[in-house]
Each structure stands twice: as C-alpha cells, then as structure tokens.
Ligand binder design. Structure first.
Ligand code: 13P
Ligand code: SF4
Length: 353
C-alpha cells in the first residue's frame, strides 16, 4: 500500500485536508441521556440500563460529528449492537455494503468493519475519503493469500478463471477475474465460461459452492477463524436437546455443518431468514454479535448465542469511531497500480445480473 487513488489527495493526509476537531467532554449528563433515549430504546434488550451512560456520550457526539464532517458510517452485520443500531447509517452483508458504497453522497466514509471492506469502499469511491477506525482490523481469510500466490495458481492452472471472495486484499482482487461474496458465490461461479473454476481463498466456501454446481472447483487453504470452529457434532447435540431449534449457518462453515443446518446464507441472508420464518428458538452459526443486533427487532425470537466473536470486527468500537471523526484517521489508501484491476473485479460482481 499506500498511494491515494485520487490526485487531489496526494501528499496531504486526511487530517491536513479536513483539520482535527478537539475532543468533546464525554461526561454523561441528564440532557445527553434525554437526547439519546430514542436510540437506547433500540438496544435496551441487549445493553443493560446501567451500561448505557458509558455509550451514550459516544453515540451523541459521533452522530453530531458525522454531520459536521459530512460522513456516513457503513457497518457490517457483525458490528456491536451500539454501533449497528445507534450510529450506523447503512448496515448489511459484504455484498450490500459494496453495493451501497457506490451510492454514498457523503464526502467521508467510516467503515464499521474489517480492512478488506474499507478497501472495497475505497476502490468504489476513489474520490472520497475512506477511514477505518482501526487499520489492524484484518481477517484470517484475507491474510491467507497474497497476489503472488494467485499469480502462481494461474501459472499452475493456465486459463482457469479465478473467482475471488471479497474477503481479500485489493492486491489479490487485482489478480482476479471476478469477485464474489457469500451471498452470490454460486451465481458468480455459474456465470464464468469454464467447467473448472478457481474459487479462492476460502476452502470451506469453495466446498459448499462445489456441492451446488456441476463445475469442478479448485480452491486454496484459507479459513475463517470464527466459522471453522463450529462442528456438526455440537450442532447435532443442540438439535438432540431441543429439536425445535432452527439452525442457520454461514457458508464459511465446514460442509458437514451446513449439512445439519436448516438454512445457509450470507449474514443478511441469515437475518432475512429469521425475519421471514420467525422461529421460536434459533441458533445463528456465525459471529455472535449478529444475534444481539437483530434481537431488538425480533423480541419474540429466542436466540441461542454461540459466543464466537471475530477479534478483528471487535476492534471497531464507539471510542475508535469517535477518534476517526476527530482526527480523520486511519485513512484507507490503495496503490493506483492495482486499484483499476481490483475495482474491475468488484464491479463485474456488482453488475452481474
Ligand atoms: P457476509 O458477506 O455474509 O456478511 O460475510 C462476511 C464475513 O466476513 C463473514 O465472516
Ligand atoms: Fe474474516 Fe471470519 Fe472475521 Fe469474517 S468473521 S472478518 S471471515 S475472520
């Protein structure tokens, strides 16, 4: 990394371009509690009343500063309940966030999510300032593969199209024919004109795609450190204890886990399933923040929480978002030498009919 895509930004940091704002007083006053009461309503089932005074000053000042900075917050479904429900402007799975990033009017995008998501937003918005509250928010899948690895794969399998999961760096996307997310992986694989497809870097996602297509799928040894921990045995034990529990899994899980689940889909696919089926008890086999995020809008659904947290997603907090808005850090930049090719792979996916 790290030249900015936009010539107008070159040589000047975001802090220099926008200026730094002084840290506000974060004391929780009765007036501030009154101002944020409607937001607490959204999370009262998952955040105890005694904890709200810790969050309320951040929520209040983040929402105020977003207007001052002409900024929007894009938050992935795994962000904490207070981010997802109280300060985010747009929420969704990776595909929705990539699509919505192309429609953002604001000058500044704050990415509530991990680094590859912020890079995707930057690729699609080269003229905007994209900030990630903590640039160490990585992803085990993204870190499993480099651009050099993909070049070697292409040498080994000449002419085989490369479908790359969005959970990768821009450098990897640049070596790719087309990107996919968990929401559209089968559709993307079916769209490429070849009977053999390299589907990288998530081994389990690739195996799950292979179970839904006649094409030969080649893959890589990447794994999501959160989803690889779930086993079919533990899910069968949950079902044995209570057969009424619906089990909904993410396709980054092992195919054996998907086989014993009632439904598999992207994070938003999982949310939509619960909203439309209204199971009495449900186990979301994924990062456990998601259950808290949707609990408020589904009071009659009992969520069993697996408590597998993504340590990278958890790096994004209300204090780090506030710092981003005050100091205009940490800016996400993409090397222009790779940006055009990486953007093409993402846009081909977004425009796929
Ligand atoms: P979704 O695209 O389903 O939101 O998944 C992203 C992710 O990182 C899941 O671990
Ligand atoms: Fe990456 Fe897994 Fe975290 Fe998603 S949950 S960001 S795939 S490590």
């Amino acid at each position: 990394m790290s030249l900015n895509l936009s010539p107008k930004h070159q040589g000047h940091s975001a802090a220099e371009r926008f200026g730094i704002i002084e840290r506000p007083d974060l004391t929780c006053t009765p007036a501030l509690l009154k101002e944020t009461a409607h937001l607490y309503e959204r999370v009262k089932d998952v955040i105890p009343a005694i904890e709200w005074p810790v969050h309320a000053p951040y929520v209040f000042h983040i929402n105020r500063l977003k207007k001052e900075r002409n900024a929007v917050i894009l938050a992935h479904n795994y962000q904490t309940a207070q981010i997802y429900n109280c300060v985010a402007d747009i929420v969704g799975d990776s595909l929705q966030l990539a699509r919505d990033a192309t429609r953002v009017d604001a000058e500044v995008i704050i990415q509530g999510g991990v680094h590859f998501m912020a890079e995707t937003s930057k690729l699609l918005n080269p003229e905007k300032t994209v900030l990630i509250p903590d640039s160490k928010a990585g992803c085990s899948l993204s870190e499993s593969i480099t651009g050099a690895d993909v070049r070697l794969l292409k040498q080994r399998y000449p002419g085989v199209p490369v479908v790359t999961y969005v959970n990768t760096s821009a450098e990897v996307k640049a070596e790719t024919d087309i990107c996919c997310t968990s929401a559209n992986a089968v559709k993307v694989v079916e769209s490429v004109d070849s009977d053999t497809v390299l589907c990288i870097p998530d081994e389990y996602l690739a195996m799950n795609v292979a179970n839904q297509t006649k094409k030969k799928i080649l893959t890589w040894k990447g794994r999501c450190e959160v989803h690889e921990r779930f086993t079919a045995e533990e899910l069968l034990a949950v079902k044995a204890a209570d057969p009424s529990v619906e089990i909904i899994a993410h396709p980054e899980c092992h195919p054996d886990v998907i086989a014993v689940s009632d439904f598999a889909g992207s994070t938003s696919g999982m949310i939509d399933y619960v909203k439309s089926h209204h199971p009495a008890r449900v186990l979301l086999v994924t990062e456990c923040s998601m259950a808290s995020n949707i609990q408020a809008s589904l009071p009659d659904v009992e969520f069993m929480k697996p408590c597998n947290l993504c340590p990278h997603m958890q790096r994004i907090t209300l204090p780090t978002i506030l710092d981003s808005l005050l100091m205009m850090t940490e800016e996400v930049l993409v090397d222009p030498a790779i940006a055009d090719r990486a953007r093409l792979a993402v846009e081909l996916m977004i425009n796929l009919k």
